[in-house]
Design a protein around this ligand. Sequence first.
Ligand code: NDP
Ligand code: MG
Length: 389
Amino acid sequence: TFPKRIALLGSTGSIGRQTLDVVRQFPEQFQVVALAARSNVSLLAQQVAEFQPQLVTCFADTPEVEARARELLPQAVLGEQGLLEVATHPEADIVVAATSGLVGLKPTLAAIGARKAIALANKETLVMAGHLVMQAAQRAGVPILPIDSEHSAIWQCLRGEEQRDIARLFLTASGGPFRSATLEEIQGVTIAQALAHPTWHMGPKITIDSATLMNKGLEVIESRWLFGVPYERMEVVVHPESIIHSMVEFVDGSIKLQASLPSMHIPIMNALAYPQRLDRTGAEFIRELSWPTVANLHFEALDLPRFPCFRLALEAGRRGGTYPSVLVGADEEAVELFLAGKIRFVQIAEFIEEALERHTAIEQPDVTTTLETCAWARRMVRELWKKRA
Ligand code: NDP
Ligand code: MG
């Protein structure tokens, strides 16, 4: 029931800002009670002035950021503790998990422990610790409401359906900026080319993951946890227009799909309003889809040899245990090195593969083991880079 009170982790990011667009558009339905960000203090201060949350926190990863936060937001809680306080804020009904990377895991588990509904954007959390997150959510009786567009699509297709009637899930993939690049062209791509996504505007980490197709691999693992469908019954279809967001095939051969122009506002609205829907009239951020103008939708198979990260993700998902945590940690570090201009695009996959090969898996890892494994994988990639440099 409305109004819902929201705690937002990662308010200054791409998903965070779009979440606040939705709140701004639907002031009767939503209220912001707590905000958390890391380093963009000036934007965070603007958000605080506009939304007047009861709690604001800033991770402040450098002394400069900390000084700026003390100046502009003297009331802010600083450091990692802030994320946990936002995630468990007593006034919040729903926690939007929209930090990037692996920092979202502990706060998401804390939010579940505090019986908050979780609107989940941060896929790394489910990839590393899907077994812990889903089990905790089931025990606490809280829903995990997907924000990732493919998962929102599947989730919408599954409403009113029975689990046993699901035959296959088809996740669509835009194919990213290098969908039609040759292996040779991919060897020489620049940071700017990798950041130029054809259909989505997102934060830098997920944009690079979309260019390597790691993102799609992470999304397959994410689906396995969200929908309980085994890997053999999931397929990825390249669909460059990003209009069909994913599909579910049922046992009778009928396929449902969900469509819209590429927009993260729609899945955010879906997760926040669930089980209701919000009326988009007046919401200028949602463009109307005119079918005749998008008359040519295309579908093609994913060309695996050009996108080794996708294969690595699937292998790590299938092997399970701590392998997905190695995948997430190694990918985070490798993408950072790439964005810092320290390694080439194709080396992202090479370093991740090497970290996976050197890993000895632990089954059913707990939170500590999960995070330690991630940290190990990050160090491993750094060392591999230093050796090569
Ligand atoms: P961005 O990089 O744009 O934003 C990340 C946000 O997290 C920022 O607000 C950042 O703060 C904050 N943050 C990062 N580290 C910390 C920390 N240690 N403490 C507190 N806050 C922190 O990422 P996106 O919004 O693109 O993505 C967020 C998540 O959603 C990712 O897991 C991504 O995979 C997923 N996702 C994103 C989609 C998209 O369209 N963008 C689509 C589907 C999933 P600051 O800016 O202040 O440093
Ligand atoms: Mg997605």
